[in-house]
Design a protein around this ligand. Structure first.
Ligand SMILES: [Zn+2]
Length: 353
C-alpha cells in the first residue's frame, strides 16, 4: 500500500502557504553610483514636466494571494475546482507520473527541478507566486525571493492529472541579495568583494544596444560612458573622492566598494556624467523611455533621502522589461513618476556603519 499512499499524497491539494515575502537579508551593504562629483541638485521646469509615460498592462499577478489563481494559466477554472473538490476520490484516478520530490528548498537565484517518472509528457508548470519562485516549461524552478509558494504540474490534455510541489525559497549563501528576482546593491545591501561578472551581463548589454537604437530612431544619441566596475576599481574611485571631498560628501555621489550598482554588471552611466546632463534632450529621453528597454532611472530627482544618492539622470539600471513595466505601473498608480526601486521593493538604502 505504499504506492497507494504515495499516489494519494501526490494528488492531495496542498495548502498554499503564506506567500508573504520579506526582503532578503544577508549582509549589510548596498550599491551606488559614483562618478561625478558635482554640484547641487537643480531641476528645470522642463524636467518636472517630463513625467514618464506609463503603459497600461495586465493586472499584477503578484497582487493576488488567492490560492486558486495559480491553477489558471493553461488550466481552466472549472477544471481546477473539480480537481480540488475531488481530493477524496483521487485514488480512482490512475496517475500517469510521479515526481521524485513534492517538497523542495531552493536558494534565491538557485534552480531545482523535480524529476518526472515518465518522459515525453505534455506537461504544464505554473507557480502560485512568481515573486517567490518562477518555473519554466521544463519544470526548472528558480528562487526569486525568500518565501513559500506552490508549483503545480498538470498534463496539457488531462488537467485532472496534476501534482503540486511545495517550494521554500531561502536566502542564498553567496552573499547576494535578490528581491523579486532583482539583484540588489545599495547602501544597505552590498555585494561580496569577489562578485565579478567581468563586464555588463549579456542581458544588460543586449537591452542597452536596443535602447541606443531606439534613441537613434528618435534622433537622440545615447552612448555608454561607464558600465561594469569591479570592487577594486570602485575602491580606487571612492577613496580618491574621499581624499578630495571628504567622506560625507563623497557618500552622496560615490558608492563605497561593494555597494556600487555598477559591480552588478547591470548599471550603466550614459553620456555626460555630471549635472550638465540635467535637462538635456538625451536626459529627458532616457527618463521617458528607458523602461521600454528594461531599464529604470535609479537615482531620480528629489529622492536623495531614499536612495542615498543625489539626482543622477545618467545612471540607469537593467531590471528586465517585465520589472521595469511593473515599476512604471506602480509609479503611475501612486502618482509618483519618480518612484524609486527602494520604494517599490520597500527596502532602505542606508550604510550600517
Ligand atoms: Zn552610475
Amino acid at each position: 500500500m505504499n504506492s497507494f499512499k504515495r499516489m494519494t499524497s501526490m494528488f492531495t491539494v496542498l495548502a498554499v502557504l503564506s506567500a508573504a515575502t520579506s526582503c532578503g537579508s544577508n549582509v549589510g551593504g548596498g550599491s551606488a553610483d559614483n562618478n561625478a562629483p558635482v554640484s547641487t541638485e537643480s531641476t528645470t521646469a522642463a524636467q518636472e514636466a517630463a513625467a514618464p509615460a506609463v503603459t497600461e498592462a495586465a493586472a499584477d499577478p503578484a497582487a493576488s494571494t488567492d490560492t486558486a489563481t495559480f491553477v489558471s494559466g493553461t488550466v481552466t477554472e472549472t477544471t481546477a475546482v473539480t480537481t480540488v473538490a475531488s481530493t477524496e476520490t483521487t485514488s480512482s484516478v490512475t496517475p500517469e507520473f510521479t515526481l521524485d520530490s513534492y517538497d523542495i528548498t531552493v536558494s534565491v537565484g538557485g534552480t531545482k527541478t523535480p524529476i518526472l517518472s515518465v518522459q515525453g509528457l505534455q506537461e504544464v508548470w505554473t507557480t502560485s507566486n512568481e515573486n517567490v519562485a518562477v518555473v519554466d516549461e521544463y519544470g526548472h524552478i528558480t528562487g526569486k525571493s525568500e518565501g513559500n509558494c506552490v508549483v503545480t504540474i498538470s498534463l496539457k490534455d488531462k488537467p485532472e492529472q496534476k501534482a503540486e510541489v511545495k517550494v521554500t525559497v531561502v536566502a542564498a549563501d553567496d552573499g547576494l541579495t535578490y528581491i523579486q528576482g532583482m539583484l540588489i546593491a545599495n547602501k544597505t545591501y552590498s555585494l561580496p568583494a569577489d562578485y565579478n561578472p567581468g563586464g555588463l551581463t549579456p542581458e544588460t548589454q543586449a537591452a542597452f544596444n536596443n535602447l541606443v537604437q531606439g534613441a537613434a530612431n528618435d534622433g537622440i544619441n545615447i552612448y555608454l560612458s561607464s558600465g561594469f566596475r569591479s570592487y577594486e576599481y570602485q575602491s580606487q574611485i571612492y577613496n580618491n573622492y574621499c581624499s578630495i571631498y571628504g567622506q560625507s560628501t563623497a557618500d552622496t555621489f560615490s558608492a563605497r566598494p561593494g555597494h556600487s550598482e555598477h559591480q552588478t554588471g547591470m548599471a550603466i552611466d550614459v553620456n555626460i556624467i555630471d549635472d550638465s546632463f540635467i535637462g538635456t534632450p538625451e536626459a529627458l529621453w532616457i527618463e521617458a523611455h528607458c523602461n521600454e528597454y528594461g531599464f529604470i532611472l535609479r537615482y531620480p530627482q528629489g529622492k536623495q533621502e531614499i536612495t542615498g544618492y543625489k539626482y543622477e539622470p545618467w545612471h540607469i539600471r537593467y531590471v528586465g522589461i517585465e520589472n521595469a513595466q511593473k515599476i512604471r505601473e506602480k509609479a503611475n498608480e501612486v502618482g509618483d513618476p519618480y518612484l524609486t526601486l527602494e520604494e517599490y521593493l520597500k527596502i532602505d538604502s542606508v550604510y550600517q556603519n
